[in-house]
Design a protein around this ligand. Sequence first.
Ligand code: ATP
Ligand code: MG
Length: 569
Amino acid sequence: MKMSHMYMPTLREVPAEAEIPSHQLLLRAGLTRRLVSGIYSYLPLGYRVLRKVEEVIREEMDNHGGQELLLSAVQPKEIWEATGRWEDFGPEMFKFNDRHNREFCLGPTHEEYLTAMVKGEINSYKQLPLTLYQIQTKYRDERRPRFGFMRAREFTMKDAYTFDVDKEAMAVAYENQWKAYDKIFTRLGLDFKVVAGDSGAMGGDNSHEFMAMSEYGESLVAYCDKCDFAATDEKAEVAYSIEDKDTEELAMEEVHTPEVSTIDMLSEFLNMPKHKLGKALMYVIKGEPVLCFVPGDREVNEIKLINHLGAGEHEIEMASEEVIRDLMGAEPGFTGPIGIKEGVKVLIDSRLTKVKNLVVGANKKDYHLKNVNFKRDFDAEIVEDLLLIQEGDKCPKCGEVLKMARGIEVGNIFQLGTKYSEGLDATFLDQDGKKQYFWMGSYGIGVSRTVAAIIEQNYDERGIIWPLQVAPYHAIVTIVNVKKEDQVEIAEKIYKDLKAVGVEVLLDDRNERAGVKFNDRDLIGIPIRITVGRDAENGIVEYSLRKDEDKTEVKIDDIKDLVLKEFNK
Ligand code: ATP
Ligand code: MG
């Protein structure tokens, strides 16, 4: 491609809307443009990268038994009602009516659609196992679209679905997809971890997430260097116990704690360890007030909370001060379990129930209660583990101190069981001629998010450093001065020769200053660079790689071999 006619709108300035490197570089390198919040286009360079990532995914899905198809983005309400997800997805789903007032959505995912399709078409165990996948555009009206391709409202996803005869066969399919994902993210050159994830609205009880490690990742991962434990903060089981020295339950008393409304202040004011303080957090979940108690040195894990209550992510919010006062009859900053209004659900983390003589809010401004004891003074529903993992926690498997790191969730695999086949009454006949529900799995890769993750792991202050396997073009030939005929001629010859052997190459034939061209070349991150300048008339050009910058003077005749060698490294 000759750059004089290329649609590559690069930007010198960092766009104000972009907060993280991948988002800035996607815009600056002219890979994408935003239409409205969370809706992006793929411009020519960006689209080439996307297609390369898709190709790696496609090859490995095919290698692992997948058959590609393409489903519509438009889906009718009825199939979603059958599984209860029309409601569960809540405002994240883009819904609309057709001219006959029939309700539809733009698919955020395709479990229902594909299950409804396979139903009636696949009737016998002899046709199983089955793995179907697509690379398709998904729509989710995210609450906070941000970071460009990372959390968009329209994005490209690879979604695969497996259908099996029983639980064991489903587990085999799951393993197989896991292997495919390992291959894909390794081929894409990503530094990634596989971690246990929360199944959430997807259902099922086994899921893993593939995390590309990056300080800008939205997910927090806890992992152990000693054993193989790794989980998202949403999922991670918390190994935490309180060593309580108290053996006797003392008489409850009210203490005046003027203006002492945070755990830190209270701990200092009473000179007591934070784990003796019952920290109260108030939520409104599915419209109902819920009060949670956890040790004062810990945070509530909201995912564990909604899972415990069977609620969706869009059904939880922190209670406002007014709600705390009106509905709960309590005082913000001084909330406790004693004397709150009826109808408030009270939950307590199991660890806190074993602590004697707790301090809790008195539900009265500027007062707390001391020596409060579970069961004697108040009751609550016990939740085994309501805590969010935090720095310094021990591994629940081996006891080593866990490490924490941020990651970008690029892929997700789920064992679904029979949730969808039951919902849609999708069955096959087993060996004994008996009707059975399909055992399913669902496997997603955020293709556009993966492009962003690759950038996050491959850039410097000047721009992107594409790995060769996903680079929009492999090589770039820069003509230093287009007014010099010999430079133009030699560059064109190198360009043609490289193209002839299958190298994807750009020719920077623009009538621009060399500095501008070098800056663009750095910014768009083409891996192999050939600079045709003054020495060209002596048969010498400059050869360098974007990733290490060592410049060498080489003979024009040697270029082709040097470039081809890069592909065998
Ligand atoms: P998240 O927790 O990030 O919202 P999810 O659990 O909703 O992700 P899945 O439903 O499992 O995601 O979708 C499969 C994959 O699609 C994810 O692993 C992720 O890579 C990608 N993905 C999900 N939501 C978005 C989005 N809004 N923008 C870009 N990619 C996304
Ligand atoms: Mg999501």
